[in-house]
Design a protein around this ligand. Structure first.
Ligand code: HPA
Length: 261
C-alpha cells in the first residue's frame, strides 16, 4: 500500500526517475477522481500519483472533484499527501521558478464541495495550521539537504478561477497578507484534514501575479516554468520521502478527535 500520495498538474507522472508499476482506477462515493492513480516508486519509496487536471482532458480548477481525489488517496492507504501547485508570486522577490512551502491559507474559493460532512454529523476540524507541520519540516530539511532554494513560509491565497486576477485584486490580496496566489490548494487541504491525512503544499511560482510585473500574464509562461521546474520538484520530493519517519507523530491523525459536535 502506498502511504504517500502526490497530487500535481498534468505531465508530472511522466517525469524521469519515477517508475510507475500499477494503474488504479477508482470510483468513490463522491464520484470519479480526476484520473487513474499511478502507483510507482520515487527514490525506492512507494508513492501514489494523481494528475489533478486529468489526462488527456484538462479539468479546470473550479470543476475538479476535490472530494473524490482526496477520498481516492485514502482508499489506497495513503496517509500523507504532497500537493504541487502552480502559483503567481505576490510577495516581493518571488520570481518564476521559486519554490515556496506555504504555512498558511486564505480561501477565496466558492461553490466547491469542501467538506465530507454534509449530512447529520456536524464536524468542525481545527484549521489554525492548515498544513501538516511534520510533512512541512521534512520538505524544508529535504530542500536544505539537496541544495535547493526553498522559501519556508508564506500564505497561499486560493482563488476560484479560472480567470486570472485583476491588478487591484492582487494589490488587495497583498494587503491582507497573501504571498502567493493559486487556484487549487483549497479545498484539498481541508478535505485531507477531515480524513485525518497529512497534507503539505509545494508552491511553484510560475509567474509574477497580475500587475506585479508590467507584462501581461500568459499560460505559456506558466507551463514553461512548470516544465523547467519539474526536475527540482521531483528531487525535493525524492529527498522528502526518504526523510519522513515511517510512523506519523503529528496532530493530523487525530484531527477528528475533538471536532465533532
Ligand atoms: N493566479 C492564479 N493562479 C495561478 C497563477 C496566478 O497568477 N499562476 C499560476 N496559477
Amino acid at each position: 500500500m502506498a502511504k504517500i500520495g502526490v497530487i500535481a498538474g498534468s505531465g508530472f507522472y511522466e517525469m524521469e526517475g519515477i517508475a510507475v508499476r500499477e494503474l488504479k482506477k477508482l470510483s468513490t462515493p463522491y464520484g470519479e477522481p480526476s484520473d487513474i492513480y499511478r502507483i510507482g516508486e520515487l527514490a525506492g519509496v512507494e508513492v501514489a500519483f494523481l494528475s489533478r487536471h486529468g489526462t488527456p482532458h484538462q479539468i479546470p480548477p473550479h470543476r475538479i472533484n476535490y472530494r473524490a481525489n482526496i477520498w481516492g488517496f485514502r482508499e489506497l492507504g495513503v496517509e500523507r499527501i504532497l500537493s504541487v501547485n502552480a502559483v503567481g508570486g505576490i510577495r516581493k522577490g518571488l520570481s518564476p521558478g521559486e519554490l515556496l512551502l506555504p504555512d498558511q491559507v486564505i480561501d477565496m474559493t466558492h461553490g466547491r464541495a469542501s467538506t465530507f460532512y454534509e449530512g447529520n454529523e456536524v464536524v468542525h476540524i481545527d484549521f489554525t495550521m492548515p498544513f501538516c507541520d511534520e510533512l512541512r519540516r521534512a520538505l524544508i530539511t529535504a530542500g536544505r539537504k539537496s541544495g535547493l532554494r526553498v522559501k519556508k513560509t508564506g500564505t497561499y491565497l486560493c482563488v476560484n478561477g479560472p480567470r486570472l486576477e485583476s491588478k487591484a485584486e492582487i494589490r488587495y490580496f497583498s494587503q491582507i497578507g497573501g504571498d502567493i496566489v493559486g487556484m487549487t490548494v483549497m479545498p484539498e487541504a481541508c478535505l485531507a484534514r477531515e480524513l485525518e491525512l497529512c497534507f503539505a503544499g509545494i508552491g511553484l511560482v510560475t509567474n509574477p501575479a497580475a500587475g506585479i510585473s508590467a507584462k501581461r500574464l500568459t499560460t505559456t509562461e506558466v507551463l514553461e516554468t512548470m516544465k523547467n521546474s519539474l526536475e527540482r520538484i521531483r528531487d525535493l520530493m525524492a529527498e522528502t520521502v526518504q526523510i519522513l519517519p515511517e510512523k506519523r507523530s503529528c496532530d493530523c491523525q487525530g484531527a477528528l478527535g475533538e471536532a465533532r459536535m
